[in-house]
Structure formats: C-alpha cells, structure tokens
Write a protein that binds this ligand. Structure first.
Ligand SMILES: [Fe+2]
Length: 230
C-alpha cells in the first residue's frame, strides 16, 4: 500500500471515530517525531502492537478486501511482564469491504457493532482437512444461541454482537448499500503474528511504498526506546 493511502485512511478514520463519538487514546495521535523521543515507558504499546493497523491483505484494493483496526489494549503471549489476559480493538468496516475467511486457534472474540451501518458475518466450522466444514454452526448472538447453515450469514446492527469461538471460520463485511460500520472487538489476548489462519493465503501486514511522510506510525513501525528519554 502507498503511504499516502494509509495517511488518507487514518484521516478518514479519525473523522469517522469522531462522528461516532468514539474517543481514541492519546498514543493514536503521537507523531513519528514524538515516537522517536519515547523511552521504555511506552514499551507496552510497542511490545503488544497497540495502535493503528491497516491492511489490504495483499489485495491491492483496500475498499474491496481490507480492514482498518486500532488496537486499544492487548496482553502478550510471549512476555510474562504483561499480565493482561484480554484485548480490545476498534475496527472500521466499509460496505462490501471484506475481511477474508480466517479462524483463530487460541483467540476467542466478541465482534460488536458499536455504530454506523450493519455488519454481515459469515460463519463455518473448520473441517478436519483445515477447510470449511459443511456442518451447521451453533453460535451465540448476544447471549442467544442460534444455528446457522455452513457459510450462513448473521447480520448485526448497532448494539448487536456475536461470539466467535476458536476454530470457527469467519469472514465479514459491511452490508452492501449501507454505511461504514464501527465495530468493537473484545477478545482474549491477540497475537496477529501467529494466531490468524486464513483459508486462502493473504498478507496480514502490508508492504508500504513511501511516497510521503507518515501521519501516524502503524503498530509494526515503532522505533525502539530512546535512551535519552528516561
Ligand atoms: Fe477474527
């Protein structure tokens, strides 16, 4: 992805979060210059990948296949200094903008529509060969169990949520013809490097073509702690 596109998506996201009255933490707005001065006091943000996360999953067309996420909090499966067993993200999903089929081995997540349009979630169990099973799926939608056919849809409006269990394949997108969706994710600790299993191979983090300076850094781009800062 081009840096100018990432910057534009960040500006649009800040505007949409404001419209939805959703407030981001201060580190969302630290400039690259500010980041260079941060010391070990900000290690929790660096080590646990908090912050901006924008990907087109290698599609080259973010509006069709892509996702903007902001990780608000997270623990760390590899570092016992971080004792948080939970994670929270905010996502912005456009109408018809697909996050491809994937499952998590470890993470269990509630996907919550916080505002905006409606979110379409399609679900399938993992077959023994690792693909999509034809078995129906039992899933909890706001505390009420529902059975949907394999690859069936659950449409969630503002206030509604769904619990995605480990080994449950899911893909989602904003309802066609609707507005952008503000989505919350509340989950167990998230490790994007090792716990996302996509049905088709995709790139989880984009290659960036630097055609202008970054507005804010992505969660994979923080410089190591400045020795001068402490
Ligand atoms: Fe997921």
């Amino acid at each position: 992805m081009r840096r100018s596109e990432i910057n534009r998506l960040m500006r649009d996201a800040v505007r949409f979060f404001q419209e939805q009255r959703f407030h981001l933490p201060p580190f969302a707005f630290w400039s690259p210059e500010e980041w260079r001065k941060k010391g070990y006091e900000a290690d929790e943000i660096r080590d646990n990948g908090l912050g901006w996360d924008i990907t087109d999953f290698g599609s080259g067309d973010f509006g069709k296949v892509g996702l903007l996420l902001f990780t608000l909090r997270n623990g760390n499966v590899r570092d016992p200094r971080y004792r948080k067993p939970y994670a929270e993200k905010a996502l912005i999903v456009g109408p018809g903008q697909v996050t491809p089929w994937h499952y998590h081995k470890s993470k269990m997540e509630d996907i919550i529509v916080r505002g905006g349009g409606r979110l379409v979630m399609e679900l399938a169990l993992k077959a023994p060969d690792g693909g999509l099973s034809d078995e129906p799926v039992r899933v909890s939608v706001d505390g009420v169990v529902r059975e949907v056919p394999a690859r069936g849809r659950v449409v969630l409006g503002p206030g509604e949520s769904i619990t995605v269990e480990p080994d449950m394949y899911h893909t989602f997108y904003g309802e066609e013809g609707g507005g952008k969706v503000l989505v919350g994710e509340v989950s167990s600790v998230n490790d994007d490097a090792t716990d996302n299993f996509f049905l088709e191979p995709v790139g989880r983090f984009p290659e960036i073509e630097e055609d202008e300076p970054p507005l804010y850094l992505l969660c994979t781009e923080y410089p190591s702690a400045s020795e001068e800062a402490l």
